[in-house]
Design a protein around this ligand. Sequence first.
Ligand SMILES: Cc1cc2nc3c(=O)[nH]c(=O)nc-3n(C[C@H](O)[C@H](O)[C@H](O)COP(=O)(O)OP(=O)(O)OC[C@H]3O[C@@H](n4cnc5c(N)ncnc54)[C@H](O)[C@@H]3O)c2cc1C
Length: 386
Amino acid sequence: MAHNPQHIHSFDIVICGAGPAGTAAALALKDSGLRIALLDKAIFPRDKVCGDAIPGRAIKNLHRIAPAIADDFRSTAPALITRSTALFYKGRRISFNWVGEAYTCARMSFDHFLYEQVADRTGTHLFPGHHITDVLRQGNEWLLHTRQGVSFTCRMLIGADGAQSVTAKTMAGRKLNRENHVGSVRAYYSGIAGMDAHTTEVWFDRKYLPSYLWVFPLPGNVANVGFGMLSSEIARRRVNLRELFHAFIADTPGLSDRMANATAISPLEGFGLPLGATKEVISGDSYILTGDAASLIDPISGDGIGNAVLSGRLAAEQAIACFRQNNFTAPFIAGGYDTVLQQAIGSELRTHYYARRILARSPFLLDAVFAACRMPLLKGIVQKGL
Ligand SMILES: Cc1cc2nc3c(=O)[nH]c(=O)nc-3n(C[C@H](O)[C@H](O)[C@H](O)COP(=O)(O)OP(=O)(O)OC[C@H]3O[C@@H](n4cnc5c(N)ncnc54)[C@H](O)[C@@H]3O)c2cc1C
């Protein structure tokens, strides 16, 4: 579509993407006095392929932005509190109780909740249904074109456009790194027998370690069931993830019985997870990348929502500092944003990255963990059988 110069909107900051990272940034910018635009190619409410486990870090960071946002989530969102996680392997079960506050909530609801918070609590200009296609530099400003023929200019750009980020590709030269990227599928099921509404389930099979199949409960006797595998492994093994998903369920005693009368109530949909811990460029002159656009997903758990909200909040704080000091240079932004983010989650991501690699090479370690949990000292957390 031709770009009509009459359809150019100018802002101080444009946030590209209204998932958890983009909405967190918009919420954290609420008192900045800056003119902010939040763009998304989707119209909300919109779905996002995910496991729907909302980590405590997401709620903590929403609380940091404004306690009332976290309170609103607790009192209004259709979510289930997660009290424990059960790990299943070779017919045994280990369960861990959660100390922190975590939830399951369908992304359709969670992301819409955040979007509504932005609409209600901030003066952000919302542009749903605007798909960014090009990001260009024009003097001191960014010029963004959308598929809809509307263009935007801004002094500062926050890239929050997820795993297939146009902003990360254009500004930071991001390329797919199959060694640190997971391909995943998930579907919603109703009527899985024996679900506990407050227990998330993780099922291992030695053949696929460190990959796992998850069964996460949601309100209304629904569960989110999914499976993911490193993209390089998918290519190496030449597997079809959809077939593997169904085979995993069929071949796993305990799970197959419980799912025998369950009904899939959604298609099995796929999406990618850019894992954290690699040295990606996450900011530069007048821009900051957040969430999946900055590859911040935990390499072991696959959690990315907490880091998305954290990075959105930190990006907003850095953007405010840039405007206050009239300094938009790459070193200034890296010193304030990259460094603080690294301090917060850098070592956690690296540790989990190496743990994932070790488990992939030495699957017997999982046998050792399950065996150790049979020892008297640890037996309290183990429940035998399925
Ligand atoms: C199968 C699967 C299971 C997962 N399970 C979990 C889990 O249980 N718990 C967890 O914490 N994490 C999970 N994750 C990771 C989690 O989904 C992401 O880390 C999280 O969504 C990142 O948030 P974000 O805001 O960075 O990106 P997103 O949530 O992807 O939001 C990006 C937004 O940008 C918009 N956008 C994209 N491109 C453009 C464009 N060109 N122009 C305009 N708008 C654009 C999109 O429409 C979208 O709304 C899972 C991921 C997958 C794929």
